[in-house]
Every structure is written in structure tokens, then in C-alpha cells.
Design a protein around this ligand. Structure first.
Ligand SMILES: Nc1ncnc2c1ncn2[C@@H]1O[C@H](COP(=O)(O)OP(=O)(O)OP(=O)(O)O)[C@@H](O)[C@H]1O
Ligand SMILES: [Mg+2]
Length: 307
């Protein structure tokens, strides 16, 4: 079981238009409505892989209700903390050439009580195998929110995974997370080292293990990903496929990696399933996530090398 926490989830509205023009009305051929947010994506991909998952975080208003319903319809259980402010909606306007204008709605401020309620609700359900804390905090949230939740989870024997940047990622190292999944830029900001090659990724990851992190997966976009855990350092090449939009690829990769880890698979399989999910997501248009059949077709094509 994988539980995910997304404090600032969203409802993504994608308008497909023939052409993006300014100062005139354009008619959309199609409007897609989908749940959005990093941890939300992790849960959605885990569910597509047939894994039981619960999405947690704040949700409010009609958009929050729709978010819940859409997730439940995709076999993602929801356990949101209700808040007064409406869940944000993001607008994506995409033309026929794939060009996009992406507008991210602001997150509504939450109160101290809301935060306290979320912390409690994370521990309401039976303990999961993994708790994934994803994305940045809302403005005004206590900066030690992730540390508090993670420490309590770890004390309960739950493995904690973090996909975030900046201070939230630093926190993951401080609490000794089970898994972190930075991309190369996030790893650079975390460690202050340049990460241009797979060897750089290994060198930057090793000190993080010494500080208590169990595994670091650094995603390198089209160059695949590097996993470092214990004495093991692996690089998986992303298969060559036709790429449409890599939005959400990193979230899908984390989902694949966590599903394999919870199933007790070796690190090689953890990395392989992560890369297959990431690349399968990069094949789909816009914010759409991977399909299971694409993941299964890519899996044998992911080449893993020991470093
Ligand atoms: N152009 C691409 N070609 C093939 N695979 C890709 C491509 N872009 C991403 N991927 C796959 O997705 C994985 C994660 O991608 P990436 O490094 O872009 O994550 P990210 O920056 O965290 O993305 P995001 O946070 O936007 O979801 C890569 O390791 C790779 O397997
Ligand atoms: Mg990412």
C-alpha cells in the first residue's frame, strides 16, 4: 500500500485549441479535466499498475469534490482533509502543434488547525508500506511539516519517500528518508555539486546515503536515471521512443519505483520499473500519465548497467 500526501493538489483543465491567438475568442475542440499534483500523479500511476493507494492532502470547494470523484473513479482512494478554500484549478491551453500556455492557479492559504488536522489524518488509516510526500508546501505552512510527518511515520515503521525541491528535499535528507527522487537540477541544488553525467549523480548521491537516506534515484530526462543504494550504483537508459510531453514523467517514475520497492523487488527492478513508467509518460500528450500496456512494452527495453 502506498499513501501519498499532496498539500496543494489541483484540477487540471486542458483546452485543446486549433491555434493560440491573443485578444480574440478561440473555440476549444476538446476540454480535458484531470486530477493534478505530484503526489496525486504518483497515486494515479500506482493504481494503473494495479497497486492499492490512497491520496491525501487538502481539498476544498467544488473543484476539491471533482478531484475526489475523479480519483475514486481511477481506483485511487482519497482521504483528503477538507478546507474552506477551493482546490486550485490549473488551465492548460494547447494548440495542435503541442505548444502550451500553462497557468497554475494559486493555492488557498490554510490555517494552523487545517495543518494539525492533516497531520492527524495522515495517521488515521492502517499504516501503509510507503508514505510519499510530494511537492512544495503551501505558503504559511510550518516549514517543519514534512519533518514532523516523516518522523512520526518512520517511528511507526513506515518507509518515507520524498519528491520535492529546496528546503523540503533538505528535510528528506535530515530525517533519513527511504527514497528521494530528485532530477539533476534538484540534486545540484541539494548538494551544491554539478550533476552533468551519471558519474556525477553517483558522486553527489553517496554522501546522502551516509547521512541516512536509503536510496537516491536521480532522473536525467532522456538519459534515463541513476539509482544509488548501499554499495549498489545503477544506470538505466531510457528506451528510444517517440516523445510527446514529459510533464509528470518524474512523478510516474517515482510511482513505478515505489510499487517495485513495496513488492520487495531488487534495486535493479525498482529502477527499471521507474524508468519504464517515466518514459511511458513522456510518450503521452500534455499532462497525461503512462498507460499500463506502454509500461509493460517498455520494461524489457530498459537497459540497466552497473556503475
Ligand atoms: N525525453 C525523454 N525520453 C525518454 N524518457 C524520458 C524523457 N523525459 C523523461 N523521460 C523519462 O522519465 C523519467 C523522469 O523524467 P525527468 O528527469 O524529466 O523527471 P522530472 O524532472 O522530475 O519531471 P517532472 O517533475 O516534471 O515530472 C526519466 O528518468 C526517463 O525515464
Ligand atoms: Mg520531478
Amino acid at each position: 500500500m502506498i499513501h501519498t500526501v499532496t498539500v496543494n493538489p489541483a484540477l487540471d483543465l486542458t483546452y485543446r485549441v486549433p491555434e493560440i491567438v491573443f485578444d480574440d475568442t478561440v473555440r476549444a475542440d476538446q476540454v480535458l479535466r484531470a486530477p493534478g499534483g505530484k503526489g496525486i500523479n504518483v497515486s494515479r500511476v500506482a493504481a494503473r499498475l494495479g497497486h492499492a493507494t490512497v491520496a491525501m492532502g487538502f481539498a476544498g470547494g467544488m473543484a476539491g469534490q471533482e478531484l475526489r470523484e475523479r480519483l475514486e473513479a481511477e481506483s485511487v482512494r482519497t482521504w483528503f482533509t477538507p478546507v474552506e478554500g477551493p482546490t486550485r484549478t490549473n488551465a492548460i491551453v494547447q494548440d495542435h502543434n503541442g505548444h502550451q500556455i500553462r497557468v497554475s492557479g494559486p493555492g488557498w492559504p490554510v490555517t494552523r488547525d487545517d495543518v494539525a488536522q492533516l497531520v492527524e489524518s495522515v495517521f488515521d488509516l492502517r499504516a501503509p508500506d510507503v508514505l510519499a510526500l510530494c511537492g512544495s508546501l503551501l505558503p504559511g505552512m510550518p516549514p517543519d511539516f514534512y519533518a514532523d510527518v516523516a518522523r512520526r511515520a518512520i517511528a511507526d515503521g513506515i518507509r518515507v519517500a520524498v519528491d520535492a525541491d529546496g528546503r523540503e528535499l533538505q528535510t528528506a535528507v535530515e530525517i533519513g528518508a527511504f527514497l528521494i527522487k530528485p532530477n539533476r537540477y534538484e540534486l545540484e541544488r541539494l548538494t551544491g555539486r554539478e550533476v552533468g553525467t551519471r558519474d556525477d549523480a553517483v558522486a553527489a548521491s553517496r554522501p546522502l546515503l551516509e547521512r541516512g537516506v536509503t536510496a537516491v534515484i536521480t532522473s536525467l530526462g532522456p538519459q534515463g536515471a541513476v539509482l544509488v543504494a548501499g554499495d549498489c550504483a545503477l544506470h538505466a537508459y531510457a528506451p528510444h521512443v517517440e516523445i510527446d510531453s514529459a510533464v509528470g514523467a518524474g512523478d510516474a517514475m517515482l510511482a513505478g519505483a515505489l510499487v517495485a520497492a513495496v513488492d520487495g523487488e531488487p534495486w535493479e527492478t525498482v529502477l527499471r520499473l521507474g524508468v519504464a513508467c517515466g518514459t511511458a509518460t513522456a510518450m503521452t500528450p500534455g499532462t497525461q500519465l503512462c498507460e499500463r500496456h506502454d509500461v509493460e512494452a517498455l520494461l524489457p527495453k530498459v537497459v540497466v548497467e552497473t556503475l
